[in-house]
Design a protein around this ligand. Structure first.
Ligand code: NAD
Length: 411
């Protein structure tokens, strides 16, 4: 029995994970099944807060997981590896869920990785299906999702991108309009199309809500936003706001409220794991730093010296540490400083956010909403199409949306 307090919506929801055996995806699947079976509290979920009461959220017990991966494996062994390295996902819990996890593992199939870059390609040990051209890969991904939806008699499906951070994309004409993007697919222009773009495009063509949780900049380019608009489908991204950036977006407004001038904000992140290994590559790291660095001038309203460092420290695994030094000026020009240290387990912080986003995306689809979901800005480091980065204002946008949904339901 689910311990969640919300009323489950009718029907079965499929959640399709791109990057299905990653640390975050595995923690999400184990955690959702644990809550659904009453073995864990829904801690960390905004959709379980009092502000979210009275909304017909999807019940967690009626979620079926599936996904694409480029590595072989299964959820029981992925969870055991995570426990050995990080200490989360207790063996007794994983044992209690072993049948659920075995069933979910059967729904994971080979993904695609055109133009993914050498670091990501070096992770792959799973032979992709013999789809060669970009068009054939698109059709394969479409078939995989539809076959799984039919097999499990799923009423609705939400897609979530949890793949590794890709190298930055060089924006060209192919990304500016849907017609140009489709031409690039037809011409098999592999340089213009990364895996995240294929996955997002497939979600758009199938009319499935899409949550883009990674920093990869290829997924929600204007061409693909146009595809979502064409199929009347909601989407939101990018890069989940779970750690250092979350703290930054909560603290920076404080300096603004007190008219304290921030001179410099230096941040250093150290992390291990596959995610850290991928980010150790300069091209992949550039994508991540871009999403972490943009918010301070926007919140404070003036340019300042900022730095975001990310270093790979293998022994840390998923236990990330961030140290931030904030140098600021007060009355009579006197300089002072604030320092904080954030130590978090990345996947434990992120998994409940993904569940919240799945519920919000599913709700938006059921309500007939189309395009970006700006009320979800507080969940993202770089909320596409939203200039507001102040966490407090973003939170009010979320609360306002929930009030609107409730009042429309009451009418
Ligand atoms: N707190 C967080 O955990 C957090 C916060 C914000 C963003 N993110 C982002 O979420 C993503 C997942 O994080 P993670 O810690 O689980 O990383 P991870 O490396 O453990 O998982 C990524 C998974 O994606 C798979 N993958 C890579 N390319 C693929 C492709 N083309 N098709 C299918 N699968 C593919 C990899 O094999 C791996 O299993 C990363 O991009 C990360 O930057 C995580």
């Amino acid at each position: 029995m689910s311990k969640t307090k919300q009323n489950p919506s009718p029907g079965r929801l499929g959640v399709w994970l791109f990057g299905a055996y990653g640390g975050l995806a595995t923690t999400l699947v184990v955690g959702t099944r644990a809550i659904a079976r009453g073995l864990a509290e829904p801690r960390g979920l905004a959709t379980e807060l009092p502000i979210a009461v009275g909304i017909p959220w999807q019940g967690l017990a009626d979620i079926v997981f599936g996904g694409h991966e480029i590595r072989t494996g299964d959820y029981v062994s992925a969870a055991a590896e995570i426990h050995a390295k990080t200490g989360t996902l207790a063996p007794s819990l994983v044992h209690a869920l072993r049948k659920d996890l075995a069933a979910a593992s059967k729904n994971v199939v080979a993904g695609v990785m055109p133009n993914a870059g050498r670091t990501i390609e070096s992770l792959a040990d799973r032979k992709p299906k013999a789809a060669t051209s970009l068009r054939a890969q698109v059709e394969q991904i479409q078939r995989d999702i539809r076959a799984w939806q039919r097999q499990h008699r799923l009423d609705r499906v939400v897609c979530v991108n949890l793949t590794s951070t890709e190298p930055q994309l060089k924006m060209t004409a192919a990304h500016r309009s849907l017609a140009a993007f489709e031409k690039a697919l037809d011409k098999n222009d592999v340089r213009a199309v990364r895996p995240s773009a294929i996955y997002a495009y497939v979600a758009a063509t199938l009319g499935l809500p899409f949550v883009h949780f990674t920093p990869s900049d290829s997924a929600l380019v204007p061409a693909i936003q146009e595809a979502f608009a064409k199929s009347n489908t909601p989407w939101m991204g990018r890069d989940g706001k779970t750690g250092e950036t979350l703290v930054k977006s909560a603290l920076a407004p404080m300096f603004k409220y007190r008219n304290l001038r921030v001179l410099s904000w230096q941040g250093y992140n150290i992390l291990g794991d596959r995610d850290g290994r991928v980010l150790a590559n300069a091209a992949n790291k550039k994508t991540k730093v871009a999403t972490k660095d943009a918010l301070l001038p926007s919140i404070l309203g003036y340019p300042l010296h900022t730095h975001v460092g990310i270093d790979y420290v293998p022994s840390l695994h998923d236990l990330k540490t961030a140290w931030d030094f904030v140098h600021f000026e007060g009355f009579l020009g006197f300089k002072m400083s604030l320092q904080f240290i954030w130590q978090g387990c990345d996947a434990i912080l992120a998994a409940p956010l993904v569940l919240d986003l799945v519920r919000f995306a599913d709700l938006a689809k059921r309500r007939g909403e189309v395009g970006s979901m700006p009320h979800l800005a507080c969940f993202f480091k770089q909320p596409i199409g939203v200039a507001e980065h102040d966490l407090h204002h973003q939170w009010q946008m979320l609360v306002g949306y929930l009030e609107r949904v409730r009042s429309e339901r009451a009418r």
